[in-house]
Design a protein around this ligand. Structure first.
Ligand code: PLP
Length: 415
């Protein structure tokens, strides 16, 4: 019998990979740049820059309307990128893939569809670790419809409290909206199981995949969710574009979000009918070059291999763990054993923004503040944290440089 050998992921040649990212190969403040702000926005490979450049040089026109060759080329590139995203998420059909500006706009588009569906008897269930983008649209919806916003508690380790989830999930839960990975803590949530329970209770399910897609394969069919959103710029694509995945049965009927050109079927002064999904949600001229860039970013990731990316990130996480296991004065926030390489922390006697500024002087870029998770900061009793967030193109030496940088800062303040 001819059995296929088990596939072992080819380890990434990190130095080679780094040459693909022009922004990584520069000095900042006289020091080689160590870019550890990937959860905020990731750097772009040359392939993405080239694809966008080539699109503008050779194929640019408006989409879906050209009676000419460039119009056809632009439409092919734009719709081809949509199909690439469909494959990336393992969605069934391109009707399920809507272009938006990013995860934030995506959640607003989904929430907008609930304004006529919810009433005072309904509940919306989110968690204490959500990004503001997955809090405020639901809060507005609750205020407008009289529905109640319920919040799943977070444990001291920075995991979702499953007892709190079970206690609050009921047949009143109309919407369950949850992040797959926490941008602040790095925690990977057991979203598949929670989505299944929420569906069983009769809720619509929304997954914020913004921090998951850069780190792991996300399969919407395996997740079983009704909706999922992500932003291109966190997954090594350009800014200005993101994606809503929505199950096809829902999407053709989902209330339109913005109205105008392109999204209509027929317009008269008596009334207007709309296209099917995805076009019913895409009013006006879309971000064409950005879609092309995102498609290329996905191809680039596929070329590296998701397994190889995950293996490289595990190595980084291990190195971070070795350092934090014995680092006097450093307090990690979010200590789940199931996390992506994100380290939020405080340093005794130092304000997070000072830590950020002093690291920047050493060429190390991190983010400081509340990370758009103010309720989570309150939960942990801190006004903000310093956050180092890693991507597959970071090296173990960069992890060391970062922690040695923190040691230098501590020494400076001890004097
Ligand atoms: C978990 C999560 N959700 C949503 C967003 C919002 O993404 P964007 O600002 O690209 O719309 C972010 C951005 O940091 C995020 O980390």
């Amino acid at each position: 019998m001819n059995q296929a050998a088990p596939r072992t992921p080819q380890a990434l040649d990190i130095e080679q990979v780094r040459r693909d990212f022009p922004a990584l190969n520069q000095s900042v403040n006289g020091k080689p740049l160590v870019y550890l702000d990937n959860a905020a926005s990731a750097q772009k490979p040359q392939a993405v820059l080239d694809a966008m450049d080539q699109y503008y040089r050779e194929s640019h026109s408006n989409v879906h309307r050209g009676a000419h060759t460039l119009g056809d080329r632009a439409t092919m590139a734009f719709e081809g990128a949509r199909d690439t995203v469909r494959g990336f998420l393992n969605a069934n059909s391109i009707s399920e893939i809507v272009w938006v500006r990013g995860a934030t706009e995506g959640i607003n588009l989904i929430a907008n569809g609930f304004y006529d569906r919810l009433g005072p008897e309904d509940e919306i269930l989110i968690s204490h670790m959500e990004h503001h983008a997955n809090i405020v649209p639901w809060q507005m919806l609750a205020q407008k419809t009289g529905a109640t916003l319920k919040v799943i508690a977070v444990t001291d380790e920075g995991e979702l409290d499953q007892d709190s989830f079970r206690e609050q999930l009921s047949e009143r839960t109309a919407v369950f909206a949850i992040t797959q990975v926490s941008n602040t803590l790095g925690t990977i949530n057991p979203v598949t199981e929670m989505v299944a329970a929420a569906k069983e209770a009769g809720a619509f399910t929304v997954v914020d995949g913004a921090q998951a897609v850069p780190h792991m394969s996300v399969d919407v069919q395996a997740l079983g969710c009704d909706f999922l959103v992500f932003s291109s710029h966190k997954v090594f694509g350009p800014t200005g574009i993101g994606v809503v995945y929505g199950r096809e049965e829902l999407m053709h009927e989902w209330p339109v979000y913005q109205t105008g050109g392109e999204m209509i079927h027929r317009v008269s002064f008596e009334g207007t009918s709309f296209q099917n999904s995805p076009y019913r949600f895409e009013a006006g001229t879309p971000a064409i070059a950005e879609a092309v860039g995102l498609g290329e970013a996905i191809r680039y990731l596929d070329g590296l291999g998701r397994d190889a990316i995950e293996a490289a990130e595990k190595t980084l996480q291990q190195r971070v763990n070795e350092w934090t296991a014995d680092f006097p004065g450093l307090h990690p926030i979010g200590t789940s054993s199931n996390k992506v390489p994100v380290l939020s922390f405080t340093l005794d006697g130092l304000h997070p923004s000072d830590v950020g500024t002093l690291l920047d002087q050493q060429g190390v870029a991190i983010r400081t503040g509340h990370h758009c998770t103010m309720p989570l900061m309150e939960r942990f009793g801190v006004p903000g944290t310093a956050r180092a967030s890693f991507a597959f193109y970071n090296t173990v030496e960069e992890v060391d440089t970062f922690f040695q940088g923190l040691q230098k800062i501590q020494r400076l303040f001890a004097e």
